[in-house]
Write a protein that binds this ligand. Structure first.
Ligand code: SF4
Ligand code: SF4
Length: 376
């Protein structure tokens, strides 16, 4: 979608400023009008009315937004700020004005099919001794981060599901990046190619259910695939949804007590983008010995922990600050363990968590620990 297609949406904004105070993590840090929702929509209006032109300077501002959707949660008129931002980025990509880091990520995806630029043959190393099938009723869409950076999460997920009686299949090296980063960054054509490929391979696998541990992959498969390439012939589940079902069916045996006081970070993609707030909390509350305490910014008000690739490369100070702020919130509760349910958040939070001696878990790892199955 291009900006001109969202003209009506742009003019819905009444400039009330509800999206201003303590809402936008970028504005909280930088303080500029142009970096939060009202300024973004006003910029869009300026472009539509030809008072502004697309430029590199404008691109640098427009690529600051994390698309965390906190502004939309608080907007009384439901202005689709993320959609408007996305449309402007598509226009910037078409005009060749996207910051170089995004073009670099796109080149990685073109050549290696993952945004990290890691060689394809590394992708399935985590699964070599697991004997996973390529076809089956339940398919594990692993995602780039668990495949390349957090193999223990991927392995724990397989072991949990097997213990619960589900013999998951996967696409192995036929799985390409889900396309989240590309459509968020305005590279719509590339996102489309990735989606079409994955959809074809998933359909070939005969899957009736597709499960993923990544909140980004989940949002992409669940919401963006149907919107961009048509109806799906399978159900998409986040691991927290499937685990909740399995717990209710009595198929998960939490045999080990975990005596910890923990807090939970809601990933923006799982929470505000998808509405999954209760599922992870119900799972945590089932683990014997575990006490869950909440940070003040939780559920719909969760604070985005940043966007690693973009911020760390283009705005390194900001890239460092956002996860630090979130980890500090956890540390201020006096907890020693921080749980989330997205490998992208784990990637953002891991360095400040280590510095503050807080143990960070992707939720499947904690579940595996309590079930006595290993992620190793
Ligand atoms: S985006 Fe929504 S909350 Fe922000 S100024 Fe416009 S109408 Fe108000
Ligand atoms: S989506 Fe998040 S980062 Fe972007 S303007 Fe809204 S609150 Fe700020």
């Amino acid at each position: 979608m291009r900006l001109k297609d969202l003209t009506e949406e742009v003019y819905k904004c009444i400039r009330c400023g509800w999206c201003r105070e303590k809402i936008c993590p970028i504005r909280e840090e930088l303080g500029f009008e142009s970096t939060y929702a009202r300024g973004i929509v006003l910029t869009a209006r300026g472009l539509l009315e030809k008072q502004l032109n697309y430029s590199s300077a404008l691109a640098n501002r427009m690529y600051l937004c994390l698309e965390c959707a906190n502004c939309m949660e608080h907007c009384p008129l439901d202005v689709d700020v993320v959609g408007i931002m996305n449309a402007m980025r598509q226009d910037l990509v078409k005009a060749g004005l996207a910051p170089e880091v995004f073009r670099q990520v796109d080149r990685h995806v073109e050549s290696t099919k993952n945004p990290l630029g890691i060689e394809r043959n590394e992708m399935v190393k985590w699964s070599e001794d697991l004997g996973l099938a390529r076809k089956g009723e339940v398919l594990f869409f692993v995602g780039c981060y668990p495949s390349y950076k957090f193999p223990k999460t991927a392995r724990a997920t397989v072991r949990i599901l097997r213990q619960a009686g589900i013999d998951v299949a996967y696409l192995a090296e036929e799985e390409w990046c889900c396309g989240t980063a590309q459509y968020m960054d305005g590279s719509a054509a590339l996102a489309q190619r990735l989606m079409v490929h994955n959809l074809e391979k998933i359909e070939d696998s005969g899957a009736e259910k597709v499960v993923t541990t990544c909140a980004g992959c989940y949002t992409s498969l669940k919401h963006e695939y149907p919107k961009r390439i048509g109806e799906l012939s399978f159900q998409v589940l986040h691991i927290t949804e499937l685990l909740e079902d399995l717990i209710n069916e009595g198929k998960i045996d939490f045999k080990n007590e975990i005596k910890k006081r923990v807090t939970y970070h809601d990933p923006c993609h799982l929470g505000r983008h998808s509405g999954l707030y209760d599922e992870p909390r119900k799972i945590l509350n089932h683990i014997p010995g575990l006490e869950l305490v909440e940070m003040s910014r939780n559920r719909e008000n969760t604070r985005c922990c940043g966007g690693e690739i973009v911020l760390n490369t283009v705005f390194p100070e900001l890239g460092k600050r956002l996860p630090e702020i979130r980890v500090d919130e956890a540390a201020n509760l006096g907890v020693k363990d921080l749980i989330t349910s997205c490998p992208l958040c784990v990637s953002n939070l891991r360095i400040p968590a280590r510095k503050r001696r807080i143990k960070l878990y992707d939720l499947p790892l904690l579940v595996a620990e309590s079930m006595g199955v290993s992620g190793k």
